[in-house]
Design a binder for this molecule. Structure first.
Ligand SMILES: *[C@@H]1O[C@H](CO)[C@@H](O)[C@H](O)[C@H]1NC(C)=O
Ligand SMILES: *[C@@H]1O[C@H](CO)[C@@H](O)[C@H](O)[C@H]1NC(C)=O
Ligand SMILES: *[C@@H]1O[C@H](CO)[C@@H](O)[C@H](O)[C@H]1NC(C)=O
Ligand SMILES: [Ca+2]
Ligand SMILES: [Ca+2]
Ligand SMILES: [Ca+2]
Length: 366
């Protein structure tokens, strides 16, 4: 079998698999019988897999409260630090959820949680720049960024509670307790990583008092979203260390091409990765190589570090693009309220589950 026919077979097989997993009618606007599901502990702190952020802050709030309950049972038999007693300021009046034994029943009760009414309520909060009756990509990006910022802080606060043993609102490196593989660094296992080490901790300590407050700790957890120059520099150094196959302390073209460049182009132009990438890779390499010595140092990687480690803004943009591609029926590049109401499950897709799945899985209980 020739190389071309092997590729043809693989292409067909991949296409079939794709259609099985994502049938074309999945986003059909007329399927009104989907049950909304809450997501359990999402993988927000996992840099490899990034869940979409909830579009509706009320859904996010319900998910967080449910996670909080589970989490409190797990971690907090003892007293809570003072700063957690302050309830988060409510952006809008919240319905009384405490009476609901099952928050999912609340979401699926059309009288209590009416998606049309939710979209009518949220629209003017998103359509702000300018408030012209249309939601643009930029407005959606800012909206999602607001939601993910809340989510990220919620998680950092929780992590902080776990690690802050003396409850003073600061974390020392001793309190932090790095994962065990950081301490027993065993290069033969390939755990030659600088994350969560004392170096990483020190770089996060912006004011140099050897303690991380919540801001610094949040940066420690999410260096790509930090504005702390020390930490960004650490991130670049770490990138060099991880990519530096021949251990000369710098990144040569080969090390750049097989490792860094794929990340950078994948983030730039999704779905347009051509086979002919070596030329643009060489162009970018020489652009970055400011002193022309054919090696990249950590400083020379700084301009693209945000592409190597995507920020929350990158994910917000991805989500905004997806929503517009699905809901912009008249293809004018922006969403009217009517378009949003006609495509509700695009906005609530992170939490819906096809009704067919439900029937399949629960047949035995009927
Ligand atoms: C949601 O509210 C709209 C009007 O506000 C109404 O037309 C629609 O029937 C309601 N949907 C459900 C599922 O109750
Ligand atoms: C981190 O900072 C502390 C305090 O200045 C210092 O004692 C320690 O050696 C530093 N660790 C590293 C790995 O640089
Ligand atoms: C933490 O300290 C930094 C200075 O390093 C300060 O800018 C920031 O506001 C502080 N954050 C909190 C939550 O106190
Ligand atoms: Ca500090
Ligand atoms: Ca150089
Ligand atoms: Ca439109």
């Amino acid at each position: 079998m020739g190389k071309d026919s092997v590729i043809a077979y693989i292409t067909v097989a991949v296409l079939i698999l794709y259609l099985i997993s994502y049938p074309p009618n999945k986003h059909s606007t007329h399927n009104r019988h989907r049950r909304l599901k809450l997501r359990y502990s999402s993988s927000f702190s996992n840099p490899i897999h990034h869940d979409p952020v909830a579009f509706d802050p009320l859904v996010a709030e319900i998910e967080r409260r449910r996670e909080d309950n589970q989490w409190e049972n797990q971690y907090l038999e003892h007293s809570r630090p003072e700063f957690l007693h302050h309830p988060a300021p409510a952006a809008e009046s919240q319905p009384d959820l405490d009476g609901f034994l099952n928050a999912e029943d609340f979401l699926n009760d059309g009288d209590k949680f009416n998606i049309t009414n939710r979209l009518v309520l949220l629209f003017p909060k998103i359509d702000v720049d300018p408030a012209d009756g249309f939601v643009t990509e930029n407005e959606l990006v800012e909206w999602h960024l607001q939601q993910s910022t809340k989510e990220v802080w919620f998680r950092s606060l929780r992590e902080m509670e776990i690690h802050d043993k003396n409850n003073d609102g600061f974390i020392s490196y001793a309190e932090y307790e790095a994962p065990s593989w950081v301490k027993n660094d065993n290069p033969s296992f390939g755990f030659n990583m600088g994350w969560w080490t004392e170096d990483h901790f020190n770089a996060s300590d912006a004011n140099g008092d050897h303690l991380l407050n919540l801001t610094e700790f949040n940066d420690f957890m999410h260096p790509a979203d930090s504005e702390n120059p020390k930490l960004l520099q650490w991130l670049c150094k770490e990138e060099v260390r991880e990519r530096d196959g021949d251990k000369d302390g710098k990144v040569n073209f080969n090390e750049f091409f097989h490792g860094i460049f794929d990340l950078v182009i994948n983030h730039d132009e999704e779905g347009h990765v051509s086979m002919e990438t070596e030329t643009p890779a060489k162009q970018l390499f020489s652009q970055l190589d400011k002193d022309g010595d054919r090696f990249l140092t950590d400083e020379e990687l700084l301009p693209i570090i945000g592409k190597i480690h995507p920020s929350e803004r990158y994910y917000a943009k991805q989500q905004a693009n997806y929503i517009i591609s699905q809901a912009d029926s008249d293809k004018d590049g922006r969403l009217s309220l009517a378009e949003m109401i006609d495509n509700p499950y695009v906005f609530y897709s992170a939490i819906f589950q096809d009704s067919e799945d439900d029937y399949k899985h629960h047949d035995e209980f009927r």
